[in-house]
Design a protein around this ligand. Sequence first.
Ligand SMILES: N[C@@H](CCC(=O)N[C@@H](CS)C(=O)NCC(=O)O)C(=O)O
Length: 209
Amino acid sequence: MILVHHLNDSRSQRVLWLLEELGLPYEIRYYQRDPKTRLAPPELVAVHPLGKSPVITDGERTVFESGAIVDYLIRRHGGGRLQPDPASAEYDVYQQWLHYAEGSAMLPLMLHLYVGRLGEAGAPLQPRIDSEIANHLGFVDRSLAGRGFLVGDALTGADIQMSFVGEVAGAFGRRAAYPDLDRWVGALRARPAYRRALERGGPYRYSQG
Ligand SMILES: N[C@@H](CCC(=O)N[C@@H](CS)C(=O)NCC(=O)O)C(=O)O
């Protein structure tokens, strides 16, 4: 049985959504962020030494890092769904999006979050952070122009993995300037599997805005 170690308001929400899209049986172990520090509780360290979410266990295997989890679940349990044919050129594009989400696109958004906490002390860094956010969101927006999905003409794990970028951009008030990105996030959120994952996962602050 697949077990998702799910932290509230976190990247593990997209793992629940993926499992709902695939219609796979799974269980959830719930963890709550510290209300003050927003850090995960120490119990997560017992699952994986980083103490981060998402982490899944599948029998004897433990898989961490959300891009790797999306890839693993689709490869091992997807039966060919939610990914392009591995022999196709589209598969290479799909892999790029899986890596790009956390490897590049999230970085300036996370910097915005952390540097923002410094107040005036962080102000000198803000223009560079803003230009990088615009660089990445502009790229994703243009990639979605005239398209429903990032790869091909149907949902893939790339959309699920990249959805957190669009959602966090919205939470920081940065998405409205990117109409194709905004439309894509709205369409993903309307999917029945996305809604079911919200019901199972509990409150998720990035499902709005
Ligand atoms: N790049 C990692 C990021 C993992 C991560 O930082 N998760 C956050 C939740 S979105 C977390 O566990 N935060 C709590 C903490 O750092 O204590 C992934 O995509 O899995």
